[in-house]
Design a binder for this molecule. Structure first.
Ligand code: FAD
Length: 373
């Protein structure tokens, strides 16, 4: 969110400084692991469609400007149990919700039975008690490179990037903000606070309960035949199972990136601190993931050959939606939450909207659905 905001503000000719306590792209927050799923038929709600559509446009613009491929439209398969209410997280029947959003916006999608999925994509062993929806405009975005490219472009356009510098506090002043860092103090008429899982240190204590930080693991497994898992033959998949513990997300393999198929689940029971969370993934955790989530679902996957596992952080709100609003005590600081495990696909447009808010006082895309209330 920060890299996107910096790029968009620089594009508008603003005098803009981006500050990060690490050196993005890095592996400490919520954005690493090479890929993020994207889809236009956003089952989480129609309020997200303008953001994801605009983000796709921005990534295409960045690719045209830099030659760096960012968006891979492999298609995105949403799978859900046939029973009513089956689906992803708090949202409910995700096939139906995604189909409704597609219908509202006139987006092309294809409904599929489990047999259709197995015939078209034999790698996905979907059982007969599931149905599916294919979004041909979905796929994956290369998140690490998207961050890197936006930071490079921002600096080429005149932005300053101050990395490995922690912001200690942001103080409201008569004319804007005073930003206190370990490297000195800066003044800014507007601040966009996109500090991810560290956001709680900048908001009043009575709002801390809105943000729940959980530890997630991304895995890469060896495959028998890599050609079957390339974006042209392997759509991304979001595939909840019968219990809360066996959600499966699958990502096509990208050229020249980490070998192996990237897969993950979601674990939302325990809460963590981003500075002390255990970043190691012990063998028994990998074994548990294979047995509970992965076994029998993807053909051609080497279940005994986990090549890498990386910890990444979710920060969830109680209803799993986003918060993008001004700071409760400072009208010159905008706060953007790290978006409940589904924010990256919207990030380029969120950055543009935050730059518009900073420079014009409001954004073109309506963000009112993401207000604190
Ligand atoms: C495992 C996993 C899978 C996901 N899958 C998807 C998906 O498929 N599709 C999708 O759309 N989304 C997905 N998401 C969600 C998405 O990745 C996040 O919504 C998004 O990346 C959050 O970006 P962010 O900029 O808010 O946070 P971050 O990338 O964590 O950035 C926050 C930044 O703030 C900096 N910072 C913090 N405190 C300070 C300070 N005091 N001073 C200076 N800098 C500071 C940090 O160093 C960091 O760089 C997933 C997330 C995870 C963890």
């Amino acid at each position: 969110m920060g890299a996107a905001t910096l790029y968009q503000a620089a594009k508008r000719g603003a005098s803009v400084l981006g500050i990060d306590r690490f050196d993005p792209p890095h592996t400490h927050g919520s954005t690493h692991g090479e890929t993020r799923i994207t889809r236009l038929a956003v089952g989480e709600g129609p309020q997200y469609v303008p953001l994801v559509k605009r983000s796709h446009d921005i990534w295409r613009e960045l690719t045209a400007a830099t030659g760096q491929e960012l968006l891979y439209l492999s298609g995105l398969l949403t799978v859900a149990p046939n029973v009513s209410g089956g689906g992803a997280g708090h949202f409910g029947d995700f096939v139906e919700l995604s189909a409704n959003v597609a219908a509202n916006y006139g987006l092309p999608v294809t409904r599929m039975t489990a047999a259709d999925v197995r015939n078209t994509y034999p790698i996905y062993n979907v059982s007969d008690d599931y149905n599916a929806l294919l979004d041909p405009n979905g796929g994956v975005v290369d998140c690490d490179n998207a961050v890197a490219v936006q930071l490079q472009q921002a600096q080429a356009l005149g932005a300053t990037a101050l990395m490995n510098t922690q912001v200690m506090s942001v103080n409201k002043t008569a004319i804007g903000n005073e930003v206190i860092t370990a490297q000195g103090t800066f003044t800014a008429s507007k601040v966009v606070n996109a500090t991810g899982s560290w956001l709680k240190s900048f908001i009043p204590a009575d709002r801390h309960a809105y943000f729940r930080i959980t530890r997630q693991v991304i895995y890469w497994f060896g495959v028998d035949d890599p050609t079957l898992f390339q974006p042209d033959r392997c759509p991304g998949v979001i595939w909840p199972g019968p219990t809360d513990d066996d959600y499966l997300g699958g990502f096509p393999m990208l050229p020249n990136r980490t070998p192996g198929l990237k897969v993950l689940t979601e674990r939302r029971v325990h809460e963590y601190d981003p500075d002390t969370v255990n970043r190691n993934v012990p063998p028994e955790e990998i074994e548990d993931f294979v047995n509970v989530v992965l076994k029998d679902r993807i053909q051609g996957l080497q279940l005994d050959n986990c090549l890498h596992a990386k910890v990444c952080l979710y920060t969830d709100t109680p209803d799993d939606h986003f918060i993008i609003d001004t700071h409760p005590d400072n009208q010159n600081m905008m706060v953007v939450s790290p978006c409940s495990g589904h924010g990256f696909k919207h990030s380029a447009a969120i950055g543009e909207s935050l730059a518009q808010w900073s420079l014009d006082g409001q954004s073109e895309i309506d963000l009112s659905a993401f207000a604190w209330k």
